[in-house]
Design a protein around this ligand. Sequence first.
Ligand SMILES: Nc1ncnc2c1ncn2[C@@H]1O[C@H](COP(=O)(O)OP(=O)(O)OP(=O)(O)O)[C@@H](O)[C@H]1O
Ligand SMILES: [Mg+2]
Length: 589
Amino acid sequence: MKELSYLNKYFYKYRGRIVLGILFVALSNIFSIVQPILIKQTLDDVAAQIAAKHNKTTLILSDTLQDKVLLFCLLVVGAALLRGLFLFLMRQTIIVISRFIEYDLKNEIYAHYQVLDEAFYKTNSTGNLMNRISEDVSRVRMYVGPALMYLVNMFVMFVFTISAMLYSSITLTCIVLIPLPILIFIAYKVHDVINTRSESVQEKLSSLSSFVQETVSGIRVVKAFAREKQFETNLKQQSALYRKQSLLLAQVNAYFHPALTLLIGLSLTLIVYFGGLGVMQNKFTTGMLVEFVMYINMLTFPVASLGWVISLVQRAAASQKRINEFLKTQPSVQSKGSDAISIKGTVKFNRVSFAYPNSKTAAIKNISFEVKPGQTIAFFGRTGSGKSTVANLMVRLYDVSEGEILIDGINIKDIPIHIVRAAIGYVPQEVFLFSDTIKNNIAFGYTNASESEITHAAIAADVYQNIIGFENKFETLLGERGINLSGGQKQRISIARALVKNAKILIFDDVLSAVDTKTESKILNNLKPILAHQTCFIISHRITSIQHANQIIVLENGVVVETGNHQTLINNNGYYARQYQLQMEEEAA
Ligand SMILES: Nc1ncnc2c1ncn2[C@@H]1O[C@H](COP(=O)(O)OP(=O)(O)OP(=O)(O)O)[C@@H](O)[C@H]1O
Ligand SMILES: [Mg+2]
């Protein structure tokens, strides 16, 4: 319950509706309680008439009685209709509240997802994150909606029904209530079993669906390696487990209803037997027996669902606990500083070292350099040498472990993250485009971009000709709903996306790897006027991409092993010069 108290702020938000809901609960119960009372009255009147006839005492006027019976019957129908109306209104208010809270909670979780940092996403699987916002939230909704509604309803109904019963007959009330605790206990136990079993059904189902999801997204690899048979066998095994668990669940469900009916039957038998004896001894009237039978019927459903409700609350508490853990997670990269800062573009790394949160060895060690607007710095080195790490630190996906990064002389930690990122045009190593139009993909970081700005960016990234070759040109849809682009086309759209922002700092992480050397030099040429004013980071394995940079830093295992411009590095005769030699020979061949 402690975990669920997190939701109180939402209850407070919708307090007006909640009060209304409770009012409807009370009204619907009032109208259900009058029915047995009316019926009892009617039956007792009729019985009195029969007895009078039998004893030859004065009869009530037959017509008057008939009218009275008719009136009472109509009242019963009226009460039933009103009860129905208020039940409807009760559901309409309380279930609607639960949908509102579900909506708010989803938004809250999603907003928090956006704040969390890269390290969080590396340690939590997508499936896990999806579950929090869908499955766990639905379980919480079952608590704020149905569970609370049933609990309130049950409480009100108990108070009303038991008061009415006590008013009518204390003895009969006791007889009716004897089997109730047993019923509640059994219902709770059964629901406990149902819960554990449905949890495991859920678990099996979710592993089954992640399995299918993975094979579908990796279907090309599965087919190319002719592994279909094994995957089919795997799926059969997983499905069989799921089936087994589902059958176990169906089994408890199958026991539950007969057991319930048995207990209700027991209650009824007790009432009819002891009540019948009482009627013969003139302690009770027949009307009272009928009244109590109706009460039993009214009480059974809420009591039987009590177990279900308890289990709903327990599951919601477990889900809310997981949600709270997420919401409490604070990003390690914190944004602070004045919003008035405007970035010009000088970047300085001062003895920067960094180790990824889950790794012990540093990815970069003691790196220092400075770049000014109009200059280009290049990073070169073997795979895994730490090049992308430099880019990750620049866009502040992580914070440095040691040393400092200064932008215009201000520590990057003291500039609000959104300002840093707005000043950077970043082309990541792994291209990601959204299932949206080409136009929207290019304007992603600068949604106010004009047609001509988008066109210019596309031209500079040398992808314009490709785009206008498509039937819908810039309106062409990409991804799942549209066409697929080649690796090189995707890279160039991703470059256009960074260029259109007209950012002060540009970072190209190995972005020309999927294009041929001719296209590469064309793009580099197009970039020249842009780079003349901006600070640029180029990461590449290809020397042709970086040879014109003002500064080239050669990394090996996160350490700077050589630095200087192209000519100095050639003269140095180290790794860079050897790679240059090799690449030139390849080119010539
Ligand atoms: N998210 C991460 N968590 C832990 N270690 C990481 C992570 N990303 C990279 N590393 C490690 O950091 C080191 C540097 O990686 P980085 O991505 O910077 O290399 P790179 O020079 O960009 O390589 P490539 O040329 O292949 O892109 C590698 O040893 C890598 O295993
Ligand atoms: Mg990399």
